[in-house]
Ligand binder design. Structure first.
Ligand code: GDP
Length: 435
């Protein structure tokens, strides 16, 4: 003990990487439990920027065990590139462990993802086209290729053949693609297997050992609650479950192994790709926030849609994940905007006032955010390190969020740097001490 889950409380890109990095320093194991290389975490360490798509951020600490759990889907080419990148920068990745049960993204998954989005045309979901969705689909169809299959040429070839067969029609536009050739693909993936073999392990066991001997395990979520396949704004969601409950399934532990659930939310809201976004600012102010907040995807470079903080959605995230603490990031981005609007409820297209996040897609699509206006703050806050250093309006903003979301704000981000945070209250420090 303890197990600490970190999840995105909005539509992803909340800055989970930084909180994970801070807690990981004192943790024994950091594990990713869902998603694939559609996630991107940015960590700034001593002025140097690191971007990770698959490897848990904890890898920057020498000797730390970092696990890619069974719930993650792995593009082995991307993983090897990330390993090479670390090697070039002199960082030892010896602590990495990869679940033998994790599923592999195959070339045909990437092609199917691209073809699927093209077929949807204007109705596209806005996937990252990295093959993540088709890979999870194959997992559910029992046609997936797993990490352990890389270690046996005969099994690998047979499984690829079985997986390809039902896709022939959809893959017709790529029929001549050299990476689709059965022999070439098997050889390519065997080479990957050779490279990652030293890292393959029974990762659930590693977590049990750590938890049973009093160690700290950080479960690092990717994407965000409102992108959850079951609970998010379907179909404009990711193809896995980013909610806290999925940490157990995707890593191989039980609910009683989880002691704390931290949600990470920006002081405003962003979303990438299509789908409903009731507090969107489709105007100059939205563009200003995008510019000031550097709101472009780590993985795709796509511009993020920006808007006011949405407390209806945040309350929903609080309950779904049963958050025990909230980290509010990028408060510094709001400096100079006055007044600040915060959505406290929605108004349906029929005029009903909604305090709860609507479960029905048509209601959500027609929902209009209703705001409470709060005074803004002028001063730049990047140098604040204690809550008392913050302008009164910024403190009031945080209190308002905490009260309306129903969860205490324990950490505030005031800039991209690792040290640009404010820990709030004794409990937060206790987590840090324990971790
Ligand atoms: P994640 O996927 O949730 O980890 O989010 P990303 O790493 O994609 O995005 C977070 C970005 O915001 C990174 O570039 C961080 O350096 C930056 N960031 C994190 N916290 C803060 C903060 O409090 N203020 C500012 N200005 N930037 C932050």
């Amino acid at each position: 003990m303890p197990g600490i889950v970190i999840v995105g409380a909005q539509w992803g890109d909340e800055g989970k990487g930084k909180l994970t990095d801070l807690l990981a320093e004192r943790a024994d194991v950091v594990v990713r439990f869902q998603g694939g290389n559609n996630a991107g975490h940015t960590i700034v360490r001593d002025g140097e920027e690191f971007k990770f798509h698959l490897i848990p951020s904890g890898i920057l600490y020498p000797g730390k065990t970092c696990v890619i759990g069974n719930g993650v889907v792995i593009d082995p080419g991307v993983l090897i590139e990330e390993l090479e990148g670390l090697r070039r920068r002199g960082i030892d990745a010896g602590g990495l462990r990869i679940s033998a049960n994790a599923h592999l993204i195959m070339p045909y998954h990437v092609m199917l993802d691209t073809a699927g989005e093209a077929r949807l045309g204007k109705l596209e979901i806005g996937t990252t086209k990295r093959g993540i969705g088709p890979c999870y689909a194959d997992k559910a169809a029992r046609l997936g290729i797993r990490v352990q299959d890389l270690l046996d040429a005969k099994i690998l070839r047979k499984k690829i053949m079985a997986a390809l067969e039902p896709k022939q029609k959809m893959l017709r536009p790529f029929a001549k693609h050299p990476r689709l050739d059965l022999h070439a693909m098997t050889e390519e993936y065997l080479r990957y297997g050779h490279r990652v073999e030293p890292f393959i392990a029974d990762t659930a066991h590693i977590l049990w050992d750590a938890l049973d001997t009093g160690g700290t395990v950080i479960f690092e979520g990717a994407q965000g609650t409102l992108l959850d396949l079951d609970h998010g704004t379907y179909p404009f969601v990711t193809s896995s479950n980013p909610v806290a409950g999925a940490a157990c399934v995707g890593a191989g532990v039980g609910p009683a192994d989880i002691d704390e659930v931290w949600g990470v939310a920006k002081a405003y809201t962003t979303r990438v790709g299509a789908g409903p976004f009731p507090t969107e600012l489709d105007d100059e102010l939205g563009a200003y926030i995008r510019e000031r907040g550097g709101e472009r995807g780590t993985t795709t470079g796509r511009e993020r849609r920006c808007g006011w903080l949405d407390l209806v959605a945040l309350r929903y995230a609080m309950r779904l994940n049963r958050l025990s603490a909230l980290a509010v990031t990028k408060l510094d981005v709001l400096a100079g905007i006055d007044p600040l609007n915060v959505a406290v409820r929605y108004r349906s297209s029929e005029g009903a006032l909604l305090d709860e996040f609507p479960y029905h897609q048509s209601v959500l699509h027609g929902a209009e955010a209703q705001y409470e206006e709060l005074p803004g703050f002028e001063a730049e806050i990047g140098d604040c390190r204690r809550v008392a250093d913050l302008p009164r309006e910024a403190r009031d903003y945080l209190d308002f969020v905490s009260e309306h979301a129903g969860v205490p704000v324990r950490l505030v981000g005031v800039g991209p740097g690792r040290e640009q945070v404010i820990w709030m209250g004794e409990d937060a420090r206790a987590t840090l001490r324990a971790a």
